[in-house]
Design a binder for this molecule. Sequence first.
Ligand code: FAD
Length: 282
Amino acid sequence: MYVAGDREALIAGSQWDLKPFNLIRPRSLPEAVSAMAAEPDPVPYAGGTDMVAALREARRIGSLVWLRDLDELRGVREADGHLSIGALLTHADGANNEALQAIPGFAAAWSRIATVRIRWTATIGGNLMARRTRYEMSILLTALDARLRFATAEGEVLARPLDIWTGDVPARALLARIELPLDGAPRLDYERSMRPTTTQALCIRDDAGARRGRAVIATEYLPPFAFDVDPGAGGGAAGIAETAFEALPADFQDPAVGNTYLRKAGAVFLKRQMLRLGAADA
Ligand SMILES: Cc1cc2nc3c(=O)[nH]c(=O)nc-3n(C[C@H](O)[C@H](O)[C@H](O)COP(=O)(O)OP(=O)(O)OC[C@H]3O[C@@H](n4cnc5c(N)ncnc54)[C@H](O)[C@@H]3O)c2cc1C
């Protein structure tokens, strides 16, 4: 969408349409939070790879808040039974991070996101906060039961990845860290051979002898839908997958792919995912 004054048209904008804006370079998270609260139309800048697309869509920038000097948003650490990932971790660093090996399959899934050039600068936080259904991090993180830690002028706000689609995240919040619980020894399988039509993640955990699964399906145009999988239900992997897919709402479909197709293909993928994770018998 091209916006010029009060005129709008379906023509992509470019950097030449940019109006002058403030550049804020905070040195700490509290400084960044203050800037987000005080500046006009603040836009956080992490890797900037989505920002180019957003500018073509006429995103307005009042003040650009440069996040890249914030150490609080960096690194991966393990504490209190979870992994804590800084929002600035890039796709390349995430895929190669030793600590993330605590969740088999996660780094491998992350390594398949985006192109080489983009992976060095694109961040996990930007992938989530761009709020684009075709981006994949919210699918993986929903399957992994992630918790998001946001910093705001009113204090810390905790949220889930699905909350970014429902507007339950305060408008001027900064995503600081992403926490992944390690209880039940989670392991992940990600099926993206049909992307962008549909992609699907499955996380399996073993709790005190009971096995539980969380599956997430998404399409190019729909936010992820999460549902439980009960590997102990019997009926073999195919039966378990078909039963689990009964939870998919009848209106979960988009202009490119219908509900019946998603249900059938999804159940086939889910069966394969359970077998790959050793979560059920054939
Ligand atoms: C050629 C290409 C191929 C791609 N392929 C894929 C793919 O296969 N799969 C996939 O999932 N994605 C893909 N992407 C998207 C890419 O992963 C995202 O552009 C990237 O992760 C965004 O991260 P960033 O750090 O560059 O975000 P930025 O562009 O800096 O920011 C994106 C948005 O998030 C906001 N933001 C950033 N950080 C924060 C924060 N900490 N708190 C609050 N708001 C924040 C910004 O204000 C902005 O609105 C591709 C992109 C390109 C250009």
